[in-house]
Design a protein around this ligand. Sequence first.
Ligand SMILES: [Zn+2]
Length: 248
Amino acid sequence: MKVVALSREQVHQGNLLLVNKKYPLQYPISPEQIRPSEYSAVILERKTALVLETLLTTIGSGSSIVPVSGFRTHKEQVEIYDASLKEHGEAFTRKYVALPGHSEHETGLAIDLALNREPIDFIRPYFPRDGICGRFRSKAASYGFIERYQEGKEDLTGIAPEPWHFRYVGLPHASIMDAHSFCLEEYLDYLTEYPYEGRHLEVHIENKSFEIFYLRAESEVTKLTLPGHLPYQVSGDNQDGFIFTLWR
Ligand SMILES: [Zn+2]
């Protein structure tokens, strides 16, 4: 067995962070954690960038898919929000541009993609469901990406459908969300039904087995014991707890 200790700040770190109208980003991502994409001037969280590059290479996208917008600093999100207010008005901006501090783009885990066809709309890029974009969609979950703002989930996400906005949540989470048609808000709720002290979620995906559970954070340090031999990953949910993923 091994003892793992987590600080309260870690609730606000990791690839399962929920950033929406209700839960703002608490800490900006550090400069060491971001990386420019090989495909464009877009910057992303390091792992997100690497996985996206692998996925685009795997589907042979070449220059047909363009990463339009990735990591944005808080200041950039403020500028985009203000520019959209001026250009498109309040109703449009509230629908398509997240409030500064509440944008997934500030996490470095989100990417807006466009089919490479002029003109490319910066706020609402065209990313259809067929062709090379369809190929990207069909593989996205198995690489850890989800289409974050889907039709029918507006009441939960607070954002209109955005078929161009993908969010890295990692494995096996994207596959589970895809199988259940969960948005991130629903998925994190679902995981609280599998607490550390109770029955854990067990999933089998492509010959791999995973064990997942939720642990509520203590006010300062949260401690738990894990099997010593299993690799694991932990992410905060940006609310009040941690999600543990064990590779069995
Ligand atoms: Zn976006």
